[in-house]
Design a protein around this ligand. Structure first.
Ligand SMILES: *[C@@H]1O[C@H](CO)[C@@H](O)[C@H](O)[C@H]1NC(C)=O
Ligand SMILES: *[C@@H]1O[C@H](CO)[C@@H](O)[C@H](O)[C@H]1NC(C)=O
Ligand SMILES: *[C@@H]1O[C@H](CO)[C@@H](O)[C@H](O)[C@H]1NC(C)=O
Length: 249
């Protein structure tokens, strides 16, 4: 009961002491509880940093990965917004920090998680000689990583055991290899396909044509032969030169 009779000033002082300055970032799309904003490649993110409480004219600074973001004069006091558009691959993992110029320990930040599908779309024509090696490669880098990668030849799953194929896949590429191409087994339309996290399927085609084996000019023995011929000629000239100079004395 006694508490209620206290001087109103008491409450005012209490209120002021409790009101430590803070700033917060509001974003679209919104950040999760770990301050991570998930956004798809080529979409946009808008960030608004605002000072809580009464000090509405506090000057604010934005950093992108510790580098200052250029702001217009009217976009600094009390409230400051930045927009990332379009969101690029290099924005993945980028951290945006907003802080108060007067006291830089008053800061808050958010990090972008840029989701994207593998960049597979165009098709490629490939010529390969009979008995030569063949390597087909697809870039499957994606965030989050692709869940399923497959290779087909003329629409059927590539026969890794019978067809002389080998396949290797890591987080960024998938490769299909043939060490010695045979037209009856290896000519046709290949396709690599990957499943993206959002359910999209991406693929790339290769139209592989097997050509006749051409006669390979034996370049290395040729060079060795030319060197020998050249050296012999040089030695011959040198020995002649000795004779010539001798006789000139
Ligand atoms: C900056 O703000 C922090 C947190 O509110 C506070 O503890 C600190 O004393 C302030 N520093 C200055 C120089 O005002
Ligand atoms: C980014 O978002 C994707 C999709 O929700 C998620 O799988 C991945 O773990 C997130 N990455 C980070 C670093 O938060
Ligand atoms: C794939 O289809 C093409 C065109 O129909 C055909 O010429 C080729 O022999 C086929 N390849 C295989 C390995 O069956």
């Amino acid at each position: 009961m006694k508490v209620m009779c206290r001087n109103p000033l008491f409450y005012v002082v209490l209120y002021c002491a409790a009101q430590t300055l803070s700033i917060n970032i509001e974003s679209n799309p919104t950040a999760n509880s770990e301050s991570v904003i998930e956004v798809h490649l080529e979409k946009s993110v808008s960030l608004v940093c605002a000072v809580d409480g009464t000090q509405a004219d506090e000057e604010l600074v934005w950093l992108r990965n510790n580098a200052a973001v250029l702001l217009k004069e009217e976009n600094k006091k009390g409230r400051s917004s930045v927009c990332v558009t379009p969101v690029l691959h290099e924005d993945n993992g980028a951290t945006f920090t907003c802080y108060m110029v007067r006291n830089s320990t008053i800061r808050t930040s958010v990090t972008l998680n840029v989701t994207y599908c593998p960049n597979l779309s165009e098709s490629e024509d490939v010529l390969v000689e009979q008995e030569a090696g063949l390597v087909l490669q697809c870039d499957i880098l994606a965030n989050p990583p692709v869940s399923n990668v497959s290779w087909t030849l003329n629409g059927s799953t590539v026969d890794l055991f019978g067809g002389g194929f080998s396949m290797t896949t890591d987080g960024s590429t998938t490769q299909l290899r043939v060490s010695s191409v045979e037209r009856s087994l290896h000519e046709g339309t290949y396709q690599c396909a990957a499943d993206c996290f959002n359910g999209e399927k991406r693929n790339k085609r290769f139209h592989v044509t097997v050509t006749e084996k051409t006669f390979k000019f034996p370049l290395m023995p040729m060079i060795a032969g030319l060197v020998v011929v050249g050296l012999t000629a040089l030695l011959a000239v040198l020995s002649r030169w000795k004779k010539i100079t001798k006789c000139c004395k």
